[in-house]
Design a protein around this ligand. Structure first.
Ligand code: SAM
Length: 372
C-alpha cells in the first residue's frame, strides 16, 4: 500500500488556520476526520508497536516540570544493567515487538563523559550493539537526552537508528521558563540537527499545556518542526508532578489549562500535525492515557499511529514517574501489550508488529522494510 502522495514531507497551512484549528473554531469532528483520512491514505489502519524500556531514572538535569529531575530527592533511583535490558528485549521479542526504545534520564553512568572511572558511552554502545546482534530484524531507538555529536555517532555505529529528543519548546522565552539556566535551547537544537545529519530517524516533540505555553508558542513549535522535518513527533499533555517546582507552585497550577482543555488541545494538535506531516509517526502517548482513561484511543482517532507499551521490569516502573498518577506502572509487559492491542482494535485500527519505519516521500525513497 503506502501510496506516495507527494514529494514533500510536510504540507503548508497558513498561521491563522492553524491557530483557528487549535482553538477549536470549527467542528473538531471535521478536523479529526480529515486527519484520519490522511493517515489511512498513507498508513492504512496500521498502528506500530514500540516497546519502551525505561533504563534509568537518574538524571543530571533539573527541568522544572519533570518528576525524575535531579532535585527530586524523594525519588528512589534505579538503573537497569545490560542483562536486565536484554531480558526486557527477549520478552518483548516473544511478544512481537520489533522496535525497542531505550529511554532514560540523562544518567551520567550511561553518559557521554567519563564518570567514576567508567565510560558510559562504551557501556551504552555495548548494549545497543548486543541488541542489534541478537535481534537483527529489530530497530533500536534511543531517548537518552543531549549528548555530544561524537557520542551520537558512536551509538549510531553501534546500531541505533532512531532517536527521540523532544525539543520541548521552540520559543526561547518559553524554553527558558521550563528549564534552568544551565540548559539551552541552542544545545537541544544542535543535538537534533546532529542526529539528523548522522542519519538517525529523528523524533522531536513537546508537552501540550506546559505552564506558560500559548497557541503562539505551539505555532513556533510547528514552524520549527517544518524546518527540522522530524520523522517522529511525540506530543502529550503536560501533567503535574507534586515533587517538582511547577507541581508545588500554586500560581502555576492556577494559571494552567484544565484537564479537559489539555486533552482537547492535545487531540487537536495531533490532528493538525497529521495533516501537516502526513508521513510522520505520531505516538498516542501514556500521558494521554493518564489524563483520560480513553485518551490513547482518542489520540489514535485524531491521527496517531504508534503505541508504546512498557517493557520495563514491573518492579521499577513506579520509579519512572515523570508525572503524578502515571498509568501502567503495575502491569507486566504482556498485560501492557494485550491491553493496548484491545484499545487499538476498539478504536478501529490494528496493531502491526513489524519494524515500522517511517514511510518516505517519492523524492527520498521509502525506507520501509516490509511495513506492508
Ligand atoms: N532524558 C530524555 C530527554 O530529555 O529527552 C528522555 C527522558 S524525558 C523524562 C522524556 C519526556 O518526558 C520529556 O521529553 C518530556 O517532554 C516528558 N515529560 C517530563 N515531565 C513531564 C510531565 N510532567 N508531563 C508530561 N510529560 C513530561
Amino acid at each position: 500500500m503506502a501510496t506516495v502522495i507527494s514529494d514533500s514531507k510536510s504540507r503548508p497551512m497558513d498561521d491563522n488556520t492553524i491557530i483557528a484549528l487549535l482553538s477549536g473554531k470549527g467542528p473538531d469532528e471535521a478536523l479529526f476526520e480529515e486527519a484520519d483520512r490522511i493517515r489511512r491514505e498513507i498508513y492504512g489502519d496500521a498502528v506500530y508497536l514500540r516497546g519502551l524500556i525505561e533504563i534509568s531514572n537518574y538524571c543530571r538535569n533539573n527541568c522544572y516540570y519533570c518528576g525524575i529531575r535531579k532535585g527530586n530527592t524523594k525519588l528512589d533511583r534505579y538503573r537497569l544493567d545490560k542483562d536486565t535490558i536484554l531480558a526486557c528485549c527477549r520478552d518483548g521479542y516473544h511478544l512481537g515487538f520489533r522496535t525497542f526504545v531505550l529511554q532514560g534520564g540523562e544518567d551520567p553512568y550511561y553518559g557521554d563523559e567519563p564518570y567514576g572511572g567508567a565510560d558510559g558511552d562504551a557501556l551504552l554502545c555495548d548494549i545497543v550493539s548486543e541488541i542489534h546482534t541478537r535481534y537483527p530484524d529489530c530497530a533500536v531507538t534511543l531517548s537518552v537526552g543531549e549528548r555530544s555529536r561524537e557520542s551520537y555517532q558512536r551509538l549510531f555505529n553501534a546500531g541505533a537508528r532512531r532517536y527521540l529528543l523532544r525539543h520541548e519548546a521552540a520559543s526561547p522565552d518559553l524554553y527558558r521558563t521550563l528549564h534552568p539556566a544551565e540548559m539551552s535551547l541552542e544545545n537541544r537544537m544542535r543535538c537534533l540537527y546532529d542526529l539528523k545529519e548522522i542519519g538517525y530517524q529523528v523524533g522531536a516533540g513537546l508537552m501540550v499545556g506546559a505552564p506558560g505555553q500559548t497557541l503562539e508558542h505551539l505555532l513556533d513549535d510547528i514552524h520549527f518542526m517544518q524546518k527540522l522535518q522530524p520523522d517522529m513527533i511525540g506530543i502529550g499533555p503536560y501533567l503535574r508532578h507534586s515533587d517538582t517546582p511547577f507541581g508545588k507552585s500554586t500560581a502555576q497550577c492556577a494559571q494552567g489549562l484544565r484537564k479537559e482543555q489539555k486533552l482537547e488541545l492535545t487531540l487537536r494538535l495531533l490532528a493538525v500535525l497529521r495533516i501537516l506531516f502526513p508521513f510522520a509517526l505520531l505516538p498516542s502517548t501514556t500521558a494521554l492515557g493518564t489524563i483520560d482513561p480513553n485518551g490513547r484511543e482518542l489520540g489514535l482517532k485524531a491521527g496517531a499511529n504508534v503505541v508504546m507499551p512498557n517493557l520495563s521490569p514491573a518492579d521499577v516502573r513506579e520509579q519512572y514517574e515523570l508525572y503524578d498518577n502515571k498509568i501502567c506502572t503495575g502491569e507486566e509487559s504482556a498485560q501492557c501489550r494485550n491491553c493496548l492491542e484491545l484499545r487499538v482494535i476498539s478504536a478501529g485500527y490494528r496493531i502491526v508488529t513489524d519494524i515500522g519505519d517511517v514511510k518516505r516521500t517519492a523524492s527520498e525513497g521509502n525506507a520501509n522494510h516490509g511495513t506492508e
